[in-house]
Design a protein around this ligand. Sequence first.
Ligand code: 3H9
Length: 696
Amino acid sequence: MTSPVRYEAHGEIGVIRVNNPPVNATSAAVRQGLVAAADEFAASSQKVAVLVAEGRTFIAGADIKEFGKTPVEPHLPDVIDHIETLDKPVVCVIHGTALGGGFEVALGSHYRVAVKGARIGLPEVNLGLIPGAGGTQRLPRLVGMIAACEIFTSARQVGTDECLSLGIVDAISDKSPLDAGLEFAAKVLAEGLPVRRVSEMPVAPYEQSALEALKAKVAAKQKGHVCHLRGIDVAVEGTKRPFSEGRQIERQAFWDLMQTPQRAAMIHAFFSERAVASLPELKGIPPRALAHIGVIGGGTMGGGIAVSCLLSGLRVTLIERDAEAAQKARDGIAKTLADSVKRGKLKAEKRDALLADALTTSDDYNALSDADLVIEAVFESMDVKKDVFTKLDAVCKPGAVLASNTSYLDVDEIAAMTSRPQDVIGLHFFSPAHVMKLLEIVVAAKTAPDVVATGFALAKALKKVPVRAGVCDGFIGNRILKTYRTAGDHMVLEGASPFQVDKALEDFGFAMGPYAVADLAGIDIGYLTRKRLAPTRDPRERFGDWGDVLYEKGRLGRKTGHGHYIYDAQSPKGRPDPEVLDIIAEERARKGITPRDFTDAEIVERYMASMINEGAKVVGEGIALRPLDVDVTKLAGYGFPRFRGGPLHYADQIGLDTVLATITEQAKSDDFFWQPAPLIQQLINEGRNFASLNQG
Ligand code: 3H9
């Protein structure tokens, strides 16, 4: 097998080339190749070496696929030390991204050149780890403790200009990576620049108060994570000692973290977010054209979808019911874009061009006659949707994709309104659509394969995380949400307070508890859902109706300053409203329920069991293709804690029999709500877990 690293001589300059597609990860063969190439350079007559990677990026880090397996020598920290201890200079050229172990290789080199547009970063915390190949020890020596800790705890990517000003790189070049390296190597030769080892540099003094402030910020932002603060401790403690000892401290912490469930969960999340777009049904199916997007409805959702498309370089025509509404929609989009300009995410000239050239707003459906894909984002009513699709069927060109952004309605029924059900699909965005990453791609019975491929192509263009879903009430995300929200309501009826439920789940790691979410989304949403489902509701179904009382009192959540919580100047994020407890107490009294105490652990156990059970049903019925699709839906769209990997990964971690035991126990008092998913029992019988269904 040929090595992914080769060494070649260019006169007095040696070139070490790494070629390990797709992202030049430092797999075992690369590590071996780097050591061999460094040795060849050491033994050669070349005086300086250029370390450069081929393809679209420099080294994107350690090979994550190797994590969790028995480590193979040589280990990356040793490889990097091997390069750094050479007694002839090595110039590293960064193009694309130098991430994690890739950036650590660059830090072990003696000089660094960035090709314009390149970015560096230490994103290990996103995998539940810390930099483990010298990053926590070398970066503070190069840029100072505070800047270094900020870089690796935030996992952000640092652009070339900032790299230059921080002293991370010595030069920026607009040449090809090889030419950039050869040019800098020529300078090393001409000026006789020496070997310069970062590990031998002292750490500049820093303010203890600045470090404490950073720690406090990180602790607040990364609640529940174990790796971020550990990384800071390792950087601080390690750099107090000689490099060789600091390196050991880092290594120990890295291996400790490698054994944690958080690491396993976050790596599951990493690969799952990529696997969702890799479906056998899409292989070899080219998507349809995607240049001109139509959007029906200019409310929060339609406006957000339009912004998302505009920012991704797509032409947008937005239709509203009259000229005034169309103007209002345009104003809303202009405001969102202005916010992007204010936050430095968009240049003012670019914003002006988007509004002038790429966005059309109109009240005439004929403006959609050459649209490639139209997304309907109107009021959630089947009658309104049917009316829209009948009109679209009349005006859209043959082959145009007709998409509904419905969050729960039957896409088959919508498709049947048209003469072209094969072109109809559900594209369920999450609000705010230009921010939220999840896009559920709802495939109806007659949706053509290239229409599905077009949905995934749109997600890619918009940098969204696409999950394929089948048709059912609420698809993957909202169907499961309804179940665990009901489980929460049951616990509130039985005696827990909504505030305790929220707190228990936020302590578990959720971004927000279900009642804080209800306040954010609007109490009216739950009210309307209950009304919609009332005619078909099974008499055995238990549900809480205090939300109806809140609705009737005009307490719609954040938008009215009152919901479950009070939102005012004193508590902009909300404080519990005792009146809500009175309303709930009245409901309990009406229903003859004697309240009891709940522990936080009991709340989490029951809530999670309901989520896992419904997730298993969604997989068992084929609504989600694999457990990982459920996990990604909850991670990308519903604030599920990433360090727990998603509900079905979490289920594997706590054990399926534990989950089934909770379900069975609850079923003793409510066998209507707690019907065990057949898939859970089947997996237990076969001695398997959810992960076994993710393979292949
Ligand atoms: C580390 O370095 C630890 C060290 O400190 C210490 C070690 C001792 N390994 O994202 P894409 C695959 S931890 C293996 O779609 P993009 C990915 O799965 C690591 N595979 O492309 C996908 O495969 P497939 C720190 C990897 O252009 C394909 O490459 N580094 C790795 O949108 C394309 O990926 C990171 O955390 C990897 N490291 O984005 C960086 N990276 O085609 C993680 C990617 O089969 N990577 N793959 O689905 C990224 O952030 C992005 O992949 C990157 C490219 C920005 C590089």
